[in-house]
Structure formats: C-alpha cells, structure tokens
Design a protein around this ligand. Structure first.
Ligand code: GDG
Length: 472
C-alpha cells in the first residue's frame, strides 16, 4: 500500500459511508468493519488491485486521517452537523428517499438542502480526483452521490466512471416533481455506465432523460444516452446479491442450528414460526404485515399459542419525523396484538428494536418456517435472499411484488402488501402448503441465489463499466 496516496489507485469506490464504524474499545477508539455484503463484494474485486474507498465516517466534524485496513485504503470525508442535517437527513432522506420509493410519505423539498447536497457531492468528486490513478476505474454508490459523476468528469476526464443505484429509480411522472431533477440527471450522465437493480429502473432513468432533457440536446438510443459533449452513457440492470455461500455455511454450523432450536424453545416450541427482519423504515411494509397478522389472530386463522411472529426492526434514521412516526405506529400495533392475544408470559409477537450479530440473524432465519418480506417498494431486499440462502429445502418465503428480489425469486409466495385480504390468504397458503411444494420452491430459489451471488454482481458491474462505449 502506498505511503503517499495521491493519484495512485486503480480502483476507487465512493459511497456515503465508509465500510467501517468508529467504536470505543476501553479507552481507545478503533475502526470496526461494518457488516454487509457490499464490503465483501468490494473485497473480492479489490483483492488484485490498488483500491481505495471514500466515504463519511459516520460522526460529525473534521475528517479523521486516512488509513489502511484489510488491504483497502480508507479515506474519510468530513461532514459538519449542518451538512448531516441538510445533505444526508434532508435532501437524501427527506427528498430523494421518499420520492424514489413511490412517495409512500410525501417528500419535502428545500433549496438549502439541495445546495448542501451539491457542495458535499463536489467534495467527494475532488477527493476522488486526488486519489485516482490515470485512467482509473471509479465506482460510485447510491442516491446520495448522484452529482459526483459529472463533477468528477469535469476534474478528471480520463477516468472510467460508474454509478450503481441501490434503491429504485422512480417513474418520470414522480421524478419530475424534484426541483433539482435536471441537475441530478446531468450529474448521473457524467458516468460511462449506470447500474440499476431492475430493468424498469434503468428504463425509468432513460425515459426521464428523454422527456426532461430533450432541449439540452441529449439523445437516447436504446439503453445509451448520447450527451451534447459527444459522450455516451449506458444504463442497464445489474441486480445486487449477497455472499450466499457464507450465509449458507453459517446457517449449517452446529452452533447456529443449535441456537435456532433454542429460539423456538424459548418461544414455547410453536407449531409455526413467522419472521420479519427490516430496518425500521416506512418502505418496508411492516405496518401492512402487522395489520394482516392482527386480523388473522382476531379471526382465528392464526392461534396465538400455535403460531408466533418475531419482528426484528433495526433502528434507522431516528432523528427524522417520518421514522419516529412509523416506529410509534408499529409499537402501538404490536402492543395491541399482544394485549389482545397473549397468555401469561407468551405473547404471539416478539418485537426486537435493536441490531443483532450475524450469527443470531442466521439462527433466526434457520428457525423461521415462513419469512415475511412485504415492502411497499424496495430496490432489491437482501433479507429475502439471505433467508433463501439459509434454507435449501425447508421454509417458505412470502415476498412483495414491489421488491427487486421478486424479479429473481419467482418461486416465492408473491403478494401485494396493499391488498391485506390477499396477503392474509398468501400467508396461509405459505403456512399450509404441502412440504413437497415448499421444498421444490425453496430449492429453486436457493440455487438461484447461490449462482448469482454478490461477487457475480460486482464482476458484472465492472465488466459493464469496462466495456462501456469509449469516449471520444
Ligand atoms: C438498500 C436498499 C437493497 C438488518 N438488521 C440487522 C442486519 N441487517 C442486514 C440484513 C441485510 C441488510 O441489513 C438490509 O438490507 P436490505 O436489502 O434488506 O435493505 P436496505 O438497508 O434498505 O438496503 C435495498 C440494498 O440497499 C442493497 O442494494 O437491497 O433495496 O433499500 O443484509 O440482514 N444485520 C445484522 N444485524 C441486524 O440486526 N448483522
């Protein structure tokens, strides 16, 4: 690893967050690798190159010094408290997140947020420009950094620039609400290649360019946008996945198998165990899921002593009002269901509002007979893939049609979470289907996820980026 890291990296990753968290260990502050497939995927593509990762360290204030960890050069970006409020919580999570998820809650638009977003995106671009070697490959991640490709292109026309969107790209009828819409489209068009979770996300982007940028002389032909400065930018679907092999082998370990049995025992050995695992976010359909279950307990379709439900809801974006609102709604509903249906020490719903180690998550997946994944809109949903990787023939997946995962996991019990009556019937179908049927479905999905894992995703993104049309 170079000692003077300037102009030296062949591959630069930029994401809102670094792949590490700053934690206190006794009196010392240390960096601990954050869990998640993205880090694994990047490790696999960075192993034979000089790679750097640029991102926010997760705490306000001046950027800590750059450092090396696990063979990656980690380069923190500093964000002030104002920038966290305006760029991250404001524009990214108050304007873009709801707009890109079908306006499940109304987006808020503020000019000051947009200005902070632009200035943070410029800072990312400058830092990348300083670190990247000549003709290096730059991979930018997600909705927080949509203007980086353009700003970076202005600074470093020699670079090959790709961007991947982890969340949906909205239909033009919604996207056009955004006051910054032209700036974001021009921002993205600084890339050579844009990767999306689904084909329809890529199509939505191309349609937005065609309809909103026509007068700027942008021409869209097939999946390529021809820009007025003579460049080409291609948009296509490259669906993300998980480290499937590692989840499958973790789930098979005696410790995890034992812990899964223990979880069921602790719940009084129910006949059926249902599970939900989500960030506590209004996009994940937790309220709709609980409504369906509440009705099923009330009507007797489910019996509280025989069928239990565990909901893990990882804390998320807790300073935002919409998140405080969904939290209190979920907690009220759980309280009501348990109030009406618990017997002493045996509530039907176990609600866990905290994070767990990966091993515990694997044990929960193994323990659950039916996994409920019911988002109202979700770019992909990795939890669905993790559950499927943890089961090769047992278990059943109820999956919302509004997830990217539904495009690949076609043997799931698909549902429309807005349709509570049919969702209830789908949950019952998953619970009551013949073991043969469940096993046939699970085997097919397990094979699909193991074949198309996160390494496959990272490689196909980089291949798409490498073969992107040459610049003039
Ligand atoms: C965005 C897009 C897209 C959750 N709680 C714990 C824990 N998790 C892990 C899960 C899973 C991940 O976090 C969540 O991923 P999702 O895909 O479900 O959702 P988002 O956070 O919304 O992610 C999404 C994704 O980006 C990737 O492109 O699929 O559509 O919204 O891996 O297992 N992990 C541990 N403890 C927890 O308590 N260890």
């Amino acid at each position: 690893m170079p000692t003077l890291p300037k102009d030296t990296f062949d591959l630069v990753i930029a994401a809102n967050r670094l792949p590490v968290d700053r934690v206190r260990e006794g009196k010392r502050t240390v960096w601990r690798r954050s869990p998640g497939g993205l880090v694994t995927a990047m490790e696999s593509v960075m192993s034979d190159r000089d790679g750097a990762w640029i991102g926010w360290a997760g705490v306000p204030g001046k950027a800590p010094a750059a450092f090396e960890q696990d063979g990656m050069w980690l380069h923190p970006i500093g964000l002030s408290e104002h920038e966290i409020r305006a760029y991250y919580e404001g524009f990214s999570n108050g304007s873009l997140w709801p707009l890109y998820h079908d306006v499940i809650v109304p987006p808020t638009f503020k000019r000051s947020w947009q200005a902070a977003y632009e200035s943070v995106n410029r800072r990312f671009a400058q830092e990348i420009a300083d670190l990247a070697a000549k003709n290096a490959t730059v991979w930018i991640h997600d909705y927080q950094l949509q203007q980086v490709p353009q700003f970076l292109r202005e600074l470093r026309p020699d670079l090959r620039i790709g961007w991947f969107n982890h969340i949906p790209f909205p239909p033009v009828e919604l996207f056009m609400q955004l006051p910054a819409r032209d700036s974001l489209l021009h921002g993205l068009l600084g890339s050579d290649f844009l990767g999306f979770q689904r084909r329809s996300d890529a199509q939505n982007f191309l349609r937005a360019c065609r309809q909103l940028l026509a007068e700027d002389d942008v021409a869209v032909r097939g999946d390529v946008v021809h820009t007025s400065d003579g460049r080409e930018c291609r948009a296509a679907a490259v669906p993300i996945s998980i480290d499937a092999e590692s989840m499958a082998s973790l789930a098979a370990t005696p410790e995890v198998q034992h812990r899964a049995r223990e979880i069921r025992e602790q719940l009084g050995n129910p006949e059926q165990l249902l599970l939900g695992v989500d960030r506590l976010d209004y996009t994940k359909g937790i309220r709709h899921r609980l409504k369906a279950l509440e009705e099923m307990y009330r009507e007797g379709a489910l019996t509280a002593t025989r069928t239990k439900f565990i909901q893990v809801a990882t804390p998320s974006r807790e300073r935002l009002e919409a998140y405080q609102h969904i939290k209190s709604e979920v907690e009220q509903t759980v309280g009501r269901i348990n109030g009406e249906h618990s017997s002493f020490g045996a509530p039907p719903v176990t609600y866990l509002h905290r994070s767990f180690p990966r091993e515990e998550m694997a044990a929960l997946f193994v323990a659950a007979d039916v996994m409920l994944v019911t988002p109202l809109r979700d770019g992909m949903n990795l939890v669905a893939k993790e559950y499927v990787a943890a089961h090769d023939r047992s278990g059943a997946l109820v999956l919302s049609e509004f997830t990217g995962a539904a495009n690949e996991l076609k043997q799931a019990y698909l549902c429309n979470p807005h349709d509570i009556s049919r969702t209830k019937r789908t949950i019952l179908r998953a619970l009551e289907s013949a073991p043969d049927d469940r096993s046939r479905r699970m085997r097919a999905m397990h094979r699909q996820v193991l074949r198309h894992d996160v390494r496959h995703w990272a490689e196909s993104f980089l291949t798409n980026l490498t073969v992107a049309p040459d610049r003039p």
